[in-house]
Design a protein around this ligand. Structure first.
Ligand code: GLU
Length: 505
């Protein structure tokens, strides 16, 4: 039984680490791809190695410029900087063909003149006999004269790799899945170059990795099935084997694989950007899908994650991303939201402002004064209201009243705290008039005014506070009440209370 030399997994080798993210540009940068990119990036940053971005665009029909742009933009947004690339696989076809010629010359590959019809027929026979079809190696032992003769007759040929014929299996050590074994008899002499001269993806992928001296191949689980063939290519080309680390799948709550067909745009990284996630928060969340360190720690700064990441922590168990296909609204993973909220609430407020400004501009809510006199008020506002928010977009939805006089009223809150209490209509208007007349508008002064009014009305403070909050912000809940009044400012508070009557039937 032949066993391949097993390379210890995740062992620091003498060579500097080289990793790559090698997406096929046929769609969005999606959750799974981004996670692969992040793991590679972390590994490179931790080891001081090189991170290459390679676009595997040899499938000309399915690769699109839009997809390439999306991948590059998505990587930039996530903050995953690469050291080389984007390298385009399609520009290296010459290297792939040269490798195939080398394999022919060294006797590791051979020309196969079998026609499509012939192969189809054999495949059909295998199906009839209920056997797995495997190429029978008809052209494997053609003599040089026969090859020359076929070529002289104008017959075209594909190139196939010679898979060892011996009994036994190929065994390799995956850094995540452990020992993986493949019987030689289950591997056919696979095609590496089509009869039209086009290299097959399996060859291109291995040749690029060998040329780029990639030391660790960290990729999705779907690559595991190809790995034995790739190892045979490495061997035949006399190249040292890299460490392979395959990552488990990410599933939806119904345990279905996350896919564009099933989940539409919800698979795409740009979707989460638009929904208001902070890039690092999203990276932090994605890392937890299939990687864990000791303990149940969930929040990692960039530096902490680079320090603590290791291939051993990659889980073999599939992870679950809590998205619901076809959900028109936005109900996403509670953990993703809570991690985002954590960053939103704790990050430096100036840094947060950088994300909020474009959002306000887009909605026509950016006030030039926020760059000048009102700078501090703008920062104080976002600092105050962020305490209840989960997403950046909450600033212009739930927090709209702080930036505009036009804001939506939460229907349930409107009904409960205003419409159902018509007796408050007149007092709210009166309060508005009094607030307008105040000389000093501070927390203490406003509180005194409210106390006066409460005494007069003889109602519970909560009832008045909820009604005022509703009229001022359109929301039944919010940050510290007095602080929010002061932040809104005397004019806005007075105006909104004076017009409170419109909220009553
Ligand atoms: N282009 C492949 C994909 O997008 C990557 C395979 C690999 O990383 O080796 O699935």
């Amino acid at each position: 039984m032949e066993k391949q030399p097993i390379r210890p997994s995740d062992k620091p080798s003498d060579n500097p680490v080289v990793v790559r993210f090698a997406p096929s540009p046929t769609g969005y940068l999606h959750i799974g791809g981004a996670r692969t990119a992040i793991f590679n990036w972390l590994y490179a940053r931790q080891t001081g190695g090189k991170f290459i971005l390679r676009i595997e665009d040899t499938d000309a029909e399915r690769s699109t410029p839009d997809s390439i742009r999306g991948i590059v933009e998505g990587m930039k947004w996530l903050g995953l900087d690469w050291d080389e690339g984007p390298n385009f696989q399609s520009r290296a076809i010459g290297d792939h063909q040269a490798a195939a010629e080398k394999l022919l010359a060294s006797g590791h590959a051979y020309r196969c003149f079998c026609t499509k019809e012939e192969l189809d027929q054999k495949r059909e026979q295998a199906v009839q006999a209920r056997q797995t079809y495997i190429y029978d190696g008809k052209c494997r032992d053609l003599l040089p004269d026969q090859v020359a003769e076929n070529e002289a007759r104008g017959m075209t040929s594909a190139i196939r790799l010679k898979v060892p014929r011996e009994q036994g299996s190929l065994v390799f050590e995956d850094a995540v899945y452990g020992s993986v074994e493949k019987q030689f008899r289950d591997l056919e002499d696979f095609i590496i170059v089509r009869s039209n001269g086009n290299p097959l993806y399996i060859l291109s992928n291995a040749v690029d990795d060998i040329r780029d001296r990639v030391t660790h191949i960290i990729r999705g689980q779907d690559g595991l099935a190809n790995t034995p063939k790739q190892i045979l290519l490495y061997r035949a080309l006399g190249a040292p084997l890299p460490v392979f680390a395959h990552m488990s799948l990410t599933l939806d709550p119904k345990k279905a694989k996350i896919s564009k067909r099933r989940h539409g745009e919800m698979v795409a990284i740009h979707y989460y950007r638009e929904k208001g996630f902070l890039p690092w928060a999203f990276v932090n969340f994605l890392v937890l899908l299939g990687w864990a360190t000791t303990g149940s720690r969930e929040i990692f700064s960039r530096e902490e994650l680079i320090r603590s990441f290791n291939l051993k922590g990659i889980s073999r168990t599939n992870s679950v991303f809590n998205i619901t296909p076809g959900d028109a609204g936005f109900a996403t993973d509670p953990k993703a939201l809570s991690i985002n909220a954590h960053y939103l609430r704790t990050m430096d407020v100036e840094e947060l402002a950088v994300y909020i400004r474009p959002l306000l501009e887009k909605e026509g809510l950016w006030d030039k004064a926020y760059e000048a006199d009102s700078r501090q008020r703008f920062l104080d506002t976002i600092n105050l209201i962020r305490s209840r928010f989960h997403l950046i977009t909450d600033f212009t939805t739930l927090g709209r009243a702080y930036f505009s006089d036009e804001f939506p009223m939460d229907p349930a809150g409107l009904e409960k705290h205003l419409a159902a209490r018509p007796e408050l209509a007149a007092p709210l208007e009166a309060l508005g008039r009094e607030i307008r007349a105040m000389e000093t508008f501070g927390e203490k002064e406003v509180e005194a005014k409210l106390r006066e009014l409460l005494k007069e009305l003889g109602i519970k403070p909560g009832i008045l506070i909820n009604a005022v909050r509703m009229a001022l912000t359109g929301q039944a809940v919010g940050p510290d009440f007095m602080k929010s009044l002061v932040i809104l400012g005397q004019d806005r508070v007075a105006d909104r209370l004076s017009k409170a009557a419109k909220h009553f039937p």
